[in-house]
Ligand binder design. Structure first.
Ligand SMILES: C[S@@+](CC[C@H](N)C(=O)[O-])C[C@H]1O[C@@H](n2cnc3c(N)ncnc32)[C@H](O)[C@@H]1O
Length: 203
């Protein structure tokens, strides 16, 4: 019976509308709109968006009719693969790819130990245009309530890495990000840390 429960749990399509995903900014149409208004529209008609750990049920699904024209400009990176996924990992994005104006990474830091997170931040930084923004949202390692889940998550095959806001900003700055700020207004849950960081503008 335990094996059955575990198999069903780990086999759950986390791309879909799960309770966990409801904490993602991309599950909230009003936050998706806010992100587009602040970080995409000011960059003009050719703005490009990178959704690391993105799925077809996430950001792209919540663009709605008003911003539906942006869908072809969103590039999804996800190791799960699938027709809608452009790359399975950040390293696969070719050096000569046109840079992105906005990168998002929601619910992915839980999968990454510190060396992998540093590599991920480096990879995203490389793919951004100078002045481009990265938005991160993930369970806040400073909130005790998130730690209650930590011993349970690995038992059911879920990742459980967690970082505080200060740790995340330190790692972002280590790889060259600047203007790293907490943006709880873009978060889908008070249990998550949500941070915006930028690649340095061209001099
Ligand atoms: C909790 S879901 C969040 C999905 C989506 N970002 C959202 O906010 O709705 C986490 C996603 O991260 C993906 N993921 C795990 N490790 C990853 C990695 N190293 N790079 C990119 N995506 C990863 C998983 O496959 C999964 O689809």
């Amino acid at each position: 019976m335990w094996t059955n429960i575990k198999t069903r749990w780990t086999g759950w399509d986390w791309h879909g509308a799960s309770l966990f995903n409801l904490r993602s900014p991309s599950s909230h149409p009003e936050i998706v709109k806010q992100i587009v208004d602040e970080f995409v529209l000011p960059k003009g008609d050719s703005a490009r968006i990178l959704d690391v750990g993105g799925t077809r049920q996430g950001f792209v699904a919540h663009l709605g009719d008003d911003y539906g024209h942006l869908r072809p400009r969103v590039c999804l990176v996800n190791p799960r693969g699938g027709a809608e996924i452009a790359y399975r990992n950040i390293e696969s994005i070719p050096e000569n790819t046109e840079p992105f104006d906005l990168a998002m990474m929601f619910g992915v830091m839980v999968y990454l130990d510190e060396p992998s997170l540093i590599d991920m931040f480096c990879g995203i930084h490389r793919c951004l245009r100078p002045g481009g923004a990265l938005i991160i949202s993930d369970p806040d390692g400073a909130k005790w309530v998130n730690h209650l889940e930590r011993p349970i998550k690995p038992l059911v095959g879920l990742p459980s890495d967690m970082y505080t806001e200060a740790e995340t900003i330190r790692l972002l700055q280590e790889v060259g990000f600047v203007r790293c700020r907490s943006r709880p207004d873009l978060g889908g849950s008070s249990r998550y840390l949500t941070i915006v960081a930028h690649r340095k503008s061209a001099a």
